[in-house]
Design a protein. Structure first.
Lengths: 176, 279
């Protein structure tokens, strides 16, 4: 429960960060996507289930704050979390390559789907322009931010883990 | 009890359940978008105060950083002069800030006077979450009488239109946003045209101008204002100045660019016109 609350507060915090800090650190008009980093990191560290739930919640909040279609971001975010969760415990937690790849793929897919739905279908077919000016820069920038956030979120995750494990130990003793 | 539902926690099933939930939500938002309004209110009522706090924090830290740098500079100087310089600088900064503020407010006040409509001022407190559309959040909402489709102006020109209203904040879609289309007209000849934002042109600081009849003569710098036939925008608000208008390939219409009257990059305060075109 404590874990869920902490995660929810983190998501809210990053949503607020997205709308305030995002404007100031934007490079060439492109701001990183803070929220897609959450499901990837939590999915990678705790498995697909966690990735799916975190992805769903952060995507839903993202949509509810400023979205055209509610549920679309949630769908893509939760699949991103699921994807990252597939590599749970298969790699060293220190290994950064897998989560960063998942962030890149998730953000790329997210923006590409937005492009297809809102731009390509409106006869804005210059895909190369949108790829090079919005989609890829945002993905790269988000990966860079993820690189900075991972060392902060991993210890936090460990801390939450420890607390949970302690409680499990106590209940085990009682059972004996 | 727990065992009975354990199958639900298998990853595959979790994935299916949440995917179904998302599809359901997308379906609802396509069919009945208003369903989400209370939830949106809830989210914004949580996030907006956080945003305000963060903005405050950001200003505070940048002030602190500035102060630190100033102190470093001063330490290198004579001790006697130190205090005097510090005082003078602080005073100077304050005065400068005040004059900037006064200038900005004076500009807004003048604009409010030139418009015949009742207006209210607002500060920009946040931007939209994605990079595709240029929307921003302002710190006034339903409580202050803001409604959807109210026009937003600043610096003597059109900024955009209110597209979403929450209890304490609202979302404004600017005219440079890719999904924005405004019906405009040439100020002197009253020829109708359409003004559309474009993501592609955003870096160049211009927006699109199209559907101008082929025999209309347009020179660079001609003023374009909102037209009388627009369904949402009030008549006669300055949009910007025409640029590079050329005949289209179809030989029926002309198109070109508009340099907006508003500097969207450095927008801090806006005015909202409280009157709507369609009551």
């Amino acid at each position: 429960m404590k874990r869920k609350i902490v995660e929810f507060i983190l998501i809210l915090f990053f949503l607020a960060l997205q709308c305030t800090l995002g404007r100031h650190i934007a490079l060439a008009g492109v701001a990183p996507n803070f929220l897609i980093i959450m499901p990837v990191i939590f999915g990678f560290l705790n498995g697909s289930n966690e990735g799916i739930v975190v992805g769903f919640v952060s995507g839903l909040l993202y949509d509810l704050y400023s979205g055209e279609t509610v549920g679309l971001s949630a769908l893509i975010f939760l699949y991103t979390g699921y994807l990252a969760g597939l590599f749970y415990q298969k790699y060293e937690e220190r290994e950064l390559f897998i989560p960063l790849c998942a962030i890149f793929i998730g953000d790329f897919a997210f923006n590409f789907i937005i492009y297809v739905l809102n731009f390509m279908l409106h006869n804005k077919l210059d895909i190369w322009f949108y790829l090079t000016h919005i989609i890829v820069p945002e993905a790269v920038y988000t990966v860079a931010v993820g690189l900075l956030m991972y060392p902060v979120l991993r210890p936090l995750n460990k801390l939450l883990d420890k607390r949970e494990r302690k409680r499990v130990d106590i209940t085990d003793e009682r059972n004996i | 009890m727990k065992k009975k539902f354990e199958f639900l926690f298998k990853t595959k099933n979790v994935l299916i359940i949440f995917t179904g939930l998302c599809v359901l939500l997308i379906g609802i938002s396509v069919v009945a978008y208003n369903f989400f309004t209370p939830f949106k209110n809830l989210v914004s009522s949580i996030v907006v105060p956080m945003q305000k706090g963060m903005n405050y924090l950001g200003l505070w830290t940048s002030e602190r950083i500035e102060n630190l740098q100033e102190i470093e500079d001063l330490l290198a100087k004579n001790k006697e002069l130190q205090k005097e310089i510090d005082d003078l600088k602080a005073e100077n900064n304050q005065l400068k800030q005040q004059t900037y503020k006064i200038e900005a407010y004076e500009e807004l006040f003048q604009l409010a006077n030139t418009l015949d409509y009742p207006t209210t001022g607002a500060n920009i407190i946040g931007k939209g979450t994605d990079n595709w559309y240029s929307t921003f959040t302002i710190d006034k909402g339903r409580k202050d009488g803001i409604e959807v489709d109210m026009n937003v102006v600043a610096q003597g020109g059109l900024v955009g239109i209110v597209t979403e209203v929450n209890e304490n904040s609202s979302v404004v879609t600017s005219i440079i946003s890719d999904n924005s289309n405004v019906s405009g007209m040439l100020m002197d000849t009253r020829d109708i045209c359409t003004v559309g934002g474009s993501l592609k042109l955003m870096d160049k600081g211009v927006i699109n101008l199209f559907y101008l009849e082929k025999d209309v003569v347009v020179r660079d710098g001609d003023k374009i204002v909102t037209s009388n036939i627009s369904s949402k925008y009030l008549k006669g608000i300055l949009i910007g100045y025409a640029k590079d208008v050329k005949l289209d390939a179809n030989s029926l219409t002309q198109s070109g660019y508009i340099v907006p009257a508003v500097d969207f990059k450095h927008l801090q305060e806006v005015l909202i016109i409280l009157e709507k075109k369609q009551q």
